[in-house]
Design a protein around this ligand. Structure first.
Ligand code: GUN
Ligand code: ZN
Length: 446
């Protein structure tokens, strides 16, 4: 369709995942982005003249990537607590349930104060964008107005985001709501956020987890999600102790998974964090309902919660993405989540040599296309396909200390890009970030 107006054309290497390949490298490729930020065409560099005539752009307007550079899809953080960013890495000495009561709830309670919320939420959005998170699935706090502020900040800096006002009516600490408040405020949150018409920010229904929600609250939230066709996020089977508590709280349910299923919280727009202790039977329920798992390896080891068997999840054909789980995880970087996913799968191989370790290529896929599938956004983002939004990172492997040796051939290029980029890369290598065609990194000056 040549009536489409091309806004930008890039030429160079593109690295991404496809349905059939964990990693595909497109060398000397030309990619055009239209005014709406969607990928209009992808072609061969040698075909530039024909493409420029067909799409009506000047070859001199093409932006050429450098030798050390490539584009990869923006990364998808499928689980991050924006409200826990301010104490990342400071308090990881207690198991989950004590950690929540001792550190997390008191900090989250402070988000009643909108200026505190403004400061922390601005910092977390900027930091994750710089680290290549083009899409984030956020937990905020129980406070509706502060949660709306998070949506406003993500929109302002151009990050794609699912934002959840946290719901909880049951715990031993006074940071909680009544069931009625939780339901009414969730409705208000959804209504107000949708009214803003931010193009890339959506609400997500967010029961904190079965430990801190009554059965009535879980049911009401399931119904709100269904009536409004919304995403749902929560936590499941992160630690053994938590699994035991849920058994006590919901004695007439078959399993932790069954609790969410019975409350209509497992849909093909659900993402559940952790899942370390899910049984095969429970994973089958995930597959049948289309619900996804967010693997948060930094958090799982930092809080000594458990190790997710990623191979078992993939073999059960359950949708899987990666999450930083700030601040159970101490790093806001998805590159860190990739490395931790690789390491934790290596630990399983050390314990059992028959365990098939996650490959670099698979981990790269989980951080990009896998994450988009987990959030049900794979029609729109996740890789470079015509019609999808251009969410991309311009990566420069020669930053900060000079060129990399690449052995000739595709195989080595792939290893170099991934091995060099993944083990030793950081935000300095991410020189530009695009969301829906708009350049959002470098960040605006002030
Ligand atoms: N389970 C319920 N709430 C939380 C949280 O804030 N962090 C983690 N890691 N697990 C949870
Ligand atoms: Zn979490």
């Amino acid at each position: 369709d040549t009536t489409i107006c091309i806004a930008h054309v890039y030429r160079g290497s593109f690295v991404h995942s496809t349905r059939s390949a964990a990693v595909e490298i497109l060398q000397d490729t030309v990619l055009g982005v239209d005014r709406a930020g969607k990928i209009a065409f992808i072609g061969d560099g040698s075909d530039l003249d024909r493409l420029s005539q067909k799409w009506g752009f000047k070859p001199s307007d093409v932006k050429q990537l450098g030798q050390c550079e490539f584009f990869m899809p923006g990364m998808v953080d499928t689980h991050i607590h924006a409200s826990q960013y301010s104490y990342s890495g400071t308090a990881l000495d207690l198991p989950l349930l004590q950690w929540l009561n001792t550190y997390t709830f008191p900090v989250e309670a402070r988000f009643k104060d909108l200026s505190f919320a403004m400061d922390v939420y601005t910092r977390v959005v900027k930091r994750t964008l710089k680290n290549g998170t083009t899409t984030a699935c956020y937990f905020a706090t129980i406070h509706t107005d502060a949660s709306l502020l998070l949506g406003q900040i993500a929109d302002k800096f151009g990050q794609r985001a699912l934002v959840g006002k946290v719901c909880m009516d049951h715990n031993n600490y006074n940071y909680k709501e009544t069931q009625m408040e939780s339901v009414e405020e969730t409705k208000r949150f959804i209504q107000e956020l949708l009214k803003k018409e931010y193009p890339h920010v959506r609400p997500v229904v967010t029961p904190r987890f079965a430990v801190s929600c009554s059965s009535d609250l879980l049911s009401a939230l399931g119904e709100i999600a269904r009536n409004n066709d919304l995403h749902i996020q929560s936590h499941i089977s992160e630690t053994k102790e938590e699994v035991e508590v849920v058994k006590e709280l919901f004695p007439d349910h078959k399993s932790y998974t069954d609790v969410y299923k019975k409350h209509h919280l497992l849909t093909n727009k659900t993402v559940m964090a952790h899942g370390c202790y899910l049984t095969d039977e429970e994973l089958k329920v995930f597959r049948e309902t289309g619900a996804a798992i967010s693997h948060c390896p930094n958090s799982n080891t930092s809080l000594c919660s458990g190790i997710l068997n990623t191979r078992k999840v993939l073999q059960n054909e359950v949708k899987l993405g990666l999450g930083t789980d700030v601040a159970g995880g101490y790093s806001p970087s998805m590159l860190d989540a990739i490395r931790r996913a690789l390491d934790s799968s290596k630990v399983l191989t050390i314990q059992d040599p028959n365990f098939q370790t996650l490959t670099f290529q698979e981990a790269f896929r989980l951080a990009t296309l896998g994450g988009s599938e987990a959030l049900g956004l794979d029609e729109q983002i996740g890789n470079f396909e015509v019609g999808k939004d251009f969410d991309a990172l311009r990566v420069n492997l020669c930053v900060p200390d000079g060129p990399v040796d690449v052995f000739p051939g595709d195989f080595y290029l792939s290893l170099c890009v991934l091995h060099r980029g993944i083990p030793t890369g950081d935000d300095r290598n991410i020189v530009e970030v695009y969301v829906a065609g708009r350049r959002v990194v470098p960040l605006p000056e002030k």
